[in-house]
Design a protein around this ligand. Structure first.
Ligand code: NOJ
Ligand code: CA
Length: 569
């Protein structure tokens, strides 16, 4: 496989890379059936290379009954027919590399699909059999076993246990699923499970894949006693803050990742070079729990969800940055920033709301989208000027808002049904991308898209934004190009600069500064210099600022605006 110019650059590329999350079902539809696919991604690699990202993370593309958007995997070594074929996937990996883009896949090790051969065999086998030992099968409580084995609840709502039916039609054992019933949890103390996943890693590494995002990385190890959680079960699930939690962030996960790191490192000398991991681990934020996943013999990176959950507030954001950089410094790991993904309300919408910690997950409340866009533009420059790597969720470069008025009959997220129709779920951030202002699916494909797109998205389409200097897309492309050429933004560490209340200012090296005004009113700049990037009009000529302009210390920085400056030192 050939190496593109950027890929060859450095074995440490991942420490300051920008990665683009492709939610495959909604990215681009190559065959007109309304569902995004591998052909669609292949046709848009040029777009991603031009955008200026370093790598893609593709959400699960494996054969699956799609009970949870593909996070219910029936075969870890294949491609779902609606997404394409293994041969196409191999072509995609090779073509991405030719474009200078690395490719990360999504590994789902906490659970399989109920359609996976292992689970089918387990259900068909007897209690106590080796087939059942790969999952968490237990007898129910009560004289007739009709109550679940413990009080755990599913993240999606309802009990975390489902009862099976024996061959003779009588109710049988129960099995554990921390997510939907179609997602039975694996037993990671089973040596066969461990061996299988190492083999799956090799299967894809052998095909040139550059790494994996690890789904529910904090969930694999369970307390085998399966103790009740007690009265605070909902609370405990939402905030895995308890010491010795029976299923979140247990110490047992780390030996698994040490094994995986050995597998990844064994590929370091191949043409594609270093293979890397990024953990999806929702763990305690105010401690070094996340850093434990990033010890030098474990995973390379882990998403930082603190920034994503943090309201638009200067002091809060500074605390998040400080806390994370300090705890990661202990293990010499880079921070990994993320503002949006396929599980949370899109940040244009979040930032258009009054402050609130739970806005990342909340339902519709009054939203000022113009404000949300201004803040999102500033947040982009903020995120891309922090040390470490960053993730861009497809569509955020277009400024897409959350779609909060999807017709109820269109909703597909299992959360909608499992919550008893109380929570609409995550479909609103998964609506197919608009590529052009016209056509049956705004350029997404030829057929009606699997979720309807708002008509107003024609103005947000890629081709509508491409040549507009004031568009969100232009901001992303310019900022990513600048970031690429500024060595300071690939170095470690930052130093804060004193600035007005409600603002943050920091330096990366002696001659680069980023200043962010979180408040609505203009504030004096703490330092001056040549303007490298501005997130909005700077009051000079009303135009979005990308041209060469000098800003003076003490001069005004408009509200909800960020700038990158080349300072005098
Ligand atoms: C996290 C994924 O991001 C989410 O989409 C999925 O529903 C759960 N893990 C379960 O796999
Ligand atoms: Ca398709």
């Amino acid at each position: 496989m050939t190496s593109g110019p950027r890929r060859a650059a450095s074995p440490d590329w991942w420490r300051s890379a920008v990665l683009y999350q492709v939610y495959i079902r909604s990215f681009a539809d190559g065959n007109g059936d309304g569902v995004g696919d591998v052909a669609g991604i292949r046709s848009r690699l040029g777009y991603l290379a031009e955008l200026g990202v370093d790598a893609l993370w593709i959400t699960p593309w494996y054969p699956s009954p799609m009970a949870d958007g593909g996070y219910d995997v029936a075969d870890y070594r294949g491609i779902a027919p609606e997404f394409g074929t293994l041969a196409e996937a191999e072509q995609l990996i090779a073509e991405a590399h030719q474009h200078g883009l690395r490719v990360l896949l999504d590994l789902v090790p906490n659970h399989t699909s109920h359609d996976h051969a292992w689970f089918r065999a387990a259900v068909a086998a007897d209690p106590g059999s080796p087939e059942r030992a790969r999952y968490w099968f237990r007898d129910g409580r009560g004289p007739d076993g009709s109550r679940p084995p413990n009080d755990w609840v599913s993240v999606f709502g309802g009990p975390a246990w489902t009862r099976t039916t024996d061959a003779d039609g009588r109710p049988g054992q129960w099995y554990l699923h921390l997510f939907a019933p179609e997602q039975p949890d694996l037993r990671w103390d089973d040596p066969g499970v461990r061996a299988e996943f190492e083999s799956i890693l090799r299967f894809w590494f052998d095909r040139g894949v550059d790494g994996f995002r690890i789904d529910v990385a904090h969930g694999l190890a369970k307390d085998p006693r399966l103790p009740d959680l007690g009265d605070d079960v909902e609370e405990l699930l939402a905030t895995p803050d308890a010491d010795d939690h029976p299923h979140w962030d247990r110490d047992g996960v780390h030996e698994i990742y040490r094994d995986w790191r050995r597998v990844a490192d064994s590929y370091a000398d191949t043409d594609e070079g270093r293979r890397v991991f990024v953990a999806e681990a929702w763990v305690r934020t105010n401690t070094s729990r996340l850093a434990r996943y990033l010890r030098s013999d474990e995973l390379h990176t882990a998403f930082n969800f603190d920034l994503l959950k943090c309201p638009w507030d200067a002091d809060r954001v500074r605390a998040v940055v400080d806390r994370n950089l300090a705890s990661l410094a202990d293990v010499a790991a880079p921070a990994t920033w993320v503002l949006s993904n396929h599980d949370v309300v899109r940040h244009v919408t979040r930032y258009g709301r009054a402050l609130g910690d739970e806005d990342a997950f909340a339902g519709a409340v009054p939203t000022d989208l113009a404000r949300g866009r201004r803040r999102s533009r500033a947040a982009t420059l903020l995120m891309l000027a922090l040390p470490g790597s960053a993730y861009v969720y497809q569509g955020e470069e277009l400024g897409l808002p959350e779609v909060e008025d999807l017709p109820l009959e269109a909703l597909q997220d299992p959360i909608w049904v499992r919550s008893g129709h109380k929570r609409r779920g995550r479909d609103g951030c998964r609506v197919p991308l608009p590529w052009s202002p016209d056509g049956p699916a705004l350029g997404f494909g030829e057929g009606a898209p699997w979720l309807p797109q708002p008509a107003a998205w024609r103005d947000l389409a890629v081709s509508a934004q491409r040549d507009d200097p004031a568009s969100m897309l232009t901001l992303y492309r310019s900022a990513l190009a600048r970031r690429r050429e500024l060595p300071e933004l690939h170095a470690e560490g930052l130093s804060w600069v004193d600035s007005a209340p409600g603002t943050l200012a920091w330096r990366r090296g002696p001659r680069f500064a980023c200043v962010v005004n979180f408040g609505p009113d203009p504030v004096p700049l703490p330092c001056g210099g040549e303007l490298l990037m501005g997130s909005g009009p700077l009051g000079t000529d009303g135009a979005a600022a990308a041209e060469r302009l000098r800003l003076k210390a003490g001069g005004p920085l408009p509200g909800e605006t960020a700038v990158w400056l080349r300072t005098e030192g």
